[in-house]
Design a protein around this ligand. Structure first.
Ligand SMILES: NC(=O)c1ccc[n+]([C@@H]2O[C@H](COP(=O)([O-])OP(=O)(O)OC[C@H]3O[C@@H](n4cnc5c(N)ncnc54)[C@H](O)[C@@H]3O)[C@@H](O)[C@H]2O)c1
Length: 358
């Protein structure tokens, strides 16, 4: 891909997942002439429902697995958007990590080779989970009635009241999931240097919105809303069990708008590794999420309390996106309430179908 020419053939791996499908739909709306293929092995429960949505938008669906090199299409493409993953931070604890490593790491290597062979660009969905757990857990925090926040003064670089920046030190463990993603980032850097591959890496915080098959370990805010909607039990787990732990969130359509901009001019974005997040402004504690979910669904739950922390959990994360904001006018357009309300509308519309998933 050269200059600012628009990609005409785009492959999205994990294309029937939450993020992949939102990006596919956004790109097809903006560039109706583009041929977009969504490849997915339908591992994630509920993603089969998304295949119909892709077809309605004129997106080709290919049943395939990134762990199998031959499953990637043999024809020419300009751009690969890599959204396939085992995305759980709990993956591999108490069970084998082989699926996680085979998909997130070996699968990524297959994607890199596939791009190299046809000189295609790569846009990679990474995660804030590449930042080490222990250093995040040791940050100085401020506590209020509803939430924890990152204090302005820190003993470590890359952290402050606006959040965690890309300068946060990378020493220490980060979860098996986070490690596969950081290893992927490093390999992408090497492919850029060795083969002149054009690539951009978006390190996303929590993403949310319609079509997310939310679970406690991935998609927590959608999960919280679903539990309120279907009146199912919930618990504040860890950090004293008061629901004060905080994450930022970003509407998946905001992310898709950014990916559209980046895909339209990958050469100018080449080499960027950027936090992409809702930031302090669009962040919620679980207690705040409960209040919003109660207001939106009209359902009040008795939420249990489990003081002990879960493995690899951290009290607060919100990303400092100053580096991203310095190079684009793109900004998140939807606040936390809008994100949950949009998800609620989707949930109501597809309630009967979604009941079989959750
Ligand atoms: N959702 C978030 O909050 C979030 C945050 C940060 C980063 N990310 C990253 O964004 C990307 C997309 O995540 P998501 O939220 O859409 O998750 P998702 O589970 O909805 O989508 C992932 C898709 O990959 C597919 N998949 C899994 N293994 C596969 C394999 N071996 N071959 C082909 N397809 C396979 C699944 O069936 C699923 O459709 C992931 O790389 C994830 O790490 C997500």
């Amino acid at each position: 891909m050269t200059g600012a020419s628009l990609p005409s053939r785009i492959l999205i791996t994990g294309g029937s997942g939450f993020v992949g499908s939102a990006i596919a739909v956004r790109l097809k709306q903006a560039w109706p002439q583009a041929h977009i293929t969504a490849l997915d092995n339908l591992k994630r429960r509920g993603t089969e429902l998304i295949v119909q949505r892709l077809r309605e938008h004129g997106i080709e669906f290919l049943h395939g697995d990134v762990r199998v090199r031959e499953d990637l299409p043999a024809s020419e493409y300009d751009l690969l958007i890599e959204c396939s993953a085992e995305p759980s931070v709990l993956a591999g604890y108490g069970s084998s990590p082989s699926y996680l490593i085979d998909t997130n790491l070996h699968g990524l290597l297959h994607c890199l080779e596939w791009c190299r062979e046809r000189k295609a660009g790569l846009l990679f969905l990474s995660t804030s989970r590449i930042y080490p757990v222990k250093a995040l857990a040791e940050l100085a925090l401020e506590e209020s009635a509803e939430r924890l926040d990152i204090a302005a003064q820190q003993a470590i670089s890359g952290a402050g009241a606006v959040g965690i920046s890309e300068d946060f030190p990378l020493r220490g463990h980060r979860s098996l999931y986070g490690a596969t993603k950081l290893a992927a980032e490093l390999m992408i850097e090497e492919y850029r240097a060795a083969y002149g591959m054009k690539a951009v890496v978006n390190r996303c915080g929590v993403l949310a919105g319609p079509w997310q098959m939310g679970k406690i370990d991935q998609g927590v805010f959608t999960f919280w809303l679903l539990r309120h909607y279907f009146k199912q039990p919930l618990a504040y787990i860890g950090f004293g069990g008061q629901g004060k732990q905080v994450r930022d969130l970003l509407h998946v359509d905001d992310l898709a708008d950014l990916v559209l901009e980046q895909s339209g001019n990958l050469t100018s974005w080449d080499g960027e590794v950027l936090n992409v997040s809702g930031g302090r402004e669009i962040s919620l504690s679980l207690a705040q999420a409960s209040a919003l979910c109660r207001q939106i669904t009209g359902n009040q739950l008795d939420i249990a309390s489990v003081p002990e922390n879960r493995v690899m959990d951290i009290p607060v994360y919100y990303g400092d996106c100053a580096r991203l904001f310095a190079r684009t006018t793109w900004r998140p357009q939807r606040d936390a309430e809008t994100i949950l309300k949009d998800t609620f509308v989707w949930l109501k519309k597809y309630e009967m179908t979604l009941k079989t998933v959750f």
